[in-house]
Ligand binder design. Structure first.
Ligand code: GTP
Ligand code: MG
Length: 200
């Protein structure tokens, strides 16, 4: 798929304030600093579209981007940043939970996972939470440029082993590097395919 146009629309905390749910929507989530905003910029080929930072916790709101006037990308705040207060963590949980339960045009969630780490409880808990909610999702292993493909494959195999303990069916898996533009075609083709199946 060719991205002809990508523009920032708005930032919100509530589904009711989000753009009308008339087009398919793809949301990016994962631990703080995993590379959600960078991946949105890589996919859209617009460096400064989603705000990125070396400091975790940069993205705080539900940010909508309109692509080709026909579907939405959503940049969500990450989880698991240690320096976040209990209250702020609870606010995040409520906001995200409300969004996942009520956003009717949500076509798929992209759960980003740092390909350098062994399975982390926070990521596994989040995947299990989404699975239990029944929200469609895929896994995206990020920052693949930072290590050998053998190491990335071993991280993925470890996640698969863990998930098979609970689930019969495993989600689609993608490997990406925003730095080296790895995985771009695969993700965009996947979105195109899902766009063709969504009925709103
Ligand atoms: N080498 C490398 N660095 C990356 C990649 N993707 C992101 N980064 C770096 O990782 C840091 C965090 O990237 P962001 O895209 O801001 O991460 P985020 O998940 O949006 O973070 P929050 O909004 O804080 O939750 C930045 O310093 C990026 O330059 C990648 O594919 N390769
Ligand atoms: Mg971000």
């Amino acid at each position: 798929m060719v991205i002809k146009e990508a523009k920032f629309l708005m930032s919100n905390t509530k589904v009711e304030q989000c753009p009308a749910p008339t087009m398919p929507e793809y949301a990016f989530i994962g631990r703080s600093n995993v590379g959600k905003s960078s991946l949105i910029n890589m996919l859209t080929e617009q460096k400064g579209l989603a705000k990125t930072s070396a400091q975790p916790g940069k993205t705080q709101l539900i940010n909508h981007f309109l692509i080709n006037d026909s579907w939405y990308l959503v940049d969500l705040p990450g989880y698991g940043y240690a320096k976040v207060s209990k209250g702020a963590r609870e606010d995040w949980r409520k906001m995200i939970n409300y969004y996942f339960q009520n956003r009717e045009n949500l076509a798929c969630v992209f759960v980003l996972i740092d390909s350098r780490h062994e399975p982390l409880k926070q990521d596994l808990d989040f995947i299990n939470y989404l699975g239990n909610l029944g929200v469609p999702f895929v896994l995206v292993f990020t920052k693949a440029d930072k290590q050998s493909s053998v190491k990335t494959d071993s991280t993925i195999a470890a996640y698969k082993r863990k998930l098979r303990e609970t689930w019969d069916e495993l989600p689609h898996i993608f490997v990406t590097s925003s730095e080296k533009r790895v995985g771009r075609e695969e993700l965009l083709n996947f979105i195109e395919e899902v766009n063709g199946q969504v009925q709103l």
